[in-house]
Design a protein around this ligand. Structure first.
Ligand SMILES: Cc1cc2nc3c(=O)[nH]c(=O)nc-3n(C[C@H](O)[C@H](O)[C@H](O)COP(=O)(O)OP(=O)(O)OC[C@H]3O[C@@H](n4cnc5c(N)ncnc54)[C@H](O)[C@@H]3O)c2cc1C
Ligand code: SF4
Length: 432
């Protein structure tokens, strides 16, 4: 065999093969990411919720570091540059920015089109209203560990205000990571506190993660509990962790009690809730940014069978279920339940088309409808919810359906108008 042939076999062919597969992989990736971006633009899912990355294409070298670092699959590479291809998936923890080898990514709040309201707080988490404190994601920064740390620090600041003349030293609103940590810290300091949570359990946003979601966090210190040494976990393990914390420390949370109003009374506050009222020297708002689920305001909505989120489709096996809404959450819930054996699912939406949803969800809903698994009632509204049925109106026709459960996915009432109403100063950020 000639030397030239040996060089060709040993070096040139492997090199050509490597180049071929490398280029093909990148071409496929480029195509997939471009498609994802196109799909999200078509569905109107172009605005990130809060903190998110902005990539400088002049600095980006297309290393793909951000892509690997992003656990929410929000980043992509198009034409060799990093792009936020699924803005609505971004939770703003900044792993992409930290992973970028050339510093091409910066994290900003809001976009040119849509401003994000961030309450103005001092370094000790107090708002412009003395006695009203803000911790966790409501303050702008997402992430479990940050919420936990801020809940603790805000409560340390509240403790420094000293004993109050009011029955409570502090009312903590919200039992997500920030509220849980604040509640533990209040107990640790011996403060007279009460924690209110509008939902029927703790965990806040973490409770709403999809089943089995991988949760990225960092080791954190929980007051009364000690160091929690986790970096990567699942939603289910995280919920077990919160349950263990409550069992170990005996902290008490008033579930299904929603804060409705905060009024200043001299140096103190009156917090009115769905169940009563509390007089307190300080208020700590740990209410996150998801807001309060929007209600339909119909008779029977307070029945136990009515919920505002889907946790486990399996629980609806063999049942007649009504899902209300026309967004992705409603379609995903209706399709997931319709896939469970023995279910009779109806999806009611007031408009004549599902216009602002992911094409994938629209397709799945259409398929379930064609397969007879799901009944879609467009241009329909719920008139009344009864213990064993629901009354709907569709273009003037009254419809009564047998019903065991109602899931309302009608969006949420965001917390910022409430902040402005009580006088908390907020700053609107447009991509800064
Ligand atoms: C899909 C998704 C994935 C995420 N993944 C990660 C991850 O992997 N790692 C990570 O670190 N972070 C992640 N996050 C972010 C993280 O979940 C949040 O930053 C964190 O939960 C914020 O905690 P919080 O206590 O400030 O607010 P929340 O967790 O939102 O809790 C607020 C609580 O306040 C309650 N509340 C609101 N209004 C009222 C009222 N009027 N009265 C009574 N109660 C009220 C709510 O019901 C809720 O329980 C993710 C977020 C999302 C949406
Ligand atoms: S901030 Fe987090 S979720 Fe958003 S793109 Fe970066 S790594 Fe992904």
């Amino acid at each position: 065999m000639s030397d030239e042939l040996i060089i060709y076999i040993v070096y040139v062919i492997p090199l050509v093969l490597v180049l071929f597969f490398y280029t093909r992989r990148h071409r496929v990736r480029h195509k997939v990411h471009k498609e994802t971006l196109k799909e999200n633009v078509a569905s109107g899912l172009t605005e990130p919720a809060t903190l998110h990355p902005v990539i400088d294409p002049n600095i980006c070298i297309g290393s793909g570091g951000c892509l690997k670092a992003c656990p929410e699959h929000a980043m992509g590479i198009i034409h060799g540059k990093g792009v936020l291809i699924s803005p609505a998936n971004c939770i703003g923890h900044g792993a992409c920015a930290f992973s970028c080898p050339v510093g091409a990514i910066k994290l900003v709040f809001g976009t040119e089109k849509r401003g994000v309201d961030i309450p103005m707080v001092t370094p000790n988490f107090e708002s412009n209203i003395p006695g009203i404190f803000i911790a966790g994601e409501l303050g702008g920064m997402g992430l479990i560990r940050k919420a936990v740390e801020q809940g603790k620090q805000a409560m340390d600041s509240i403790q420094k205000r000293g004993r109050s003349k009011t029955p409570h030293d502090v009312v903590i609103i919200g039992a997500g990571p920030a509220g849980m940590s604040a509640t533990l810290t209040a107990k640790h300091h011996g403060l007279r506190s009460v924690t209110l949570e509008q939902e029927d359990t703790f965990g806040g946003t973490t409770l709403h993660y999809p089943r089995g979601k991988v949760v990225m966090t960092a080791p954190m210190n929980l007051p009364l509990v000690g160091k929690i040494n986790i970096k990567e976990t699942t939603k289910e393990q995280l919920m077990q962790l919160w349950e263990g914390v409550v069992a170990k420390t005996g902290i008490k949370i008033n579930f299904s009690e929603r804060m409705e109003k905060i009024e200043q009374q001299g140096d103190a506050f009156k917090v009115t809730t769905s169940r009563g009222s509390y007089e307190t020297q300080s208020v700590l708002l740990c209410i996150g940014r998801r807001g309060t689920p929007r209600k339909l305001g119909v008779s029977g909505e307070n029945l136990e069978k009515v919920v505002y989120r889907l946790l486990d489709p399996e629980q609806y096996r063999g049942k007649h279920v009504l899902v209300v809404g026309g967004g992705d959450a409603a379609l995903e819930a209706a399709v997931a339940i319709s896939n469970e054996p023995g279910t009779h699912v109806t999806l009611s939406y007031r408009s004549n088309a599902f216009s602002r949803v992911k094409p994938k969800n629209r397709k799945l809903a259409d398929e379930a409808s064609k397969a007879g698994q799901l009944t879609i009632l467009l241009e329909s509204t719920v008139k009344e919810i009864r213990p064993k049925s629901v009354l709907l109106d569709q273009k003037g026709d009254a419809i009564e359906l047998h019903n065991d459960a109602v899931i309302i996915c009608a969006g949420g009432i965001l917390p910022t108008p409430f902040l402005k109403e009580i006088g908390v100063m907020v700053e609107t950020r447009y991509g800064t």
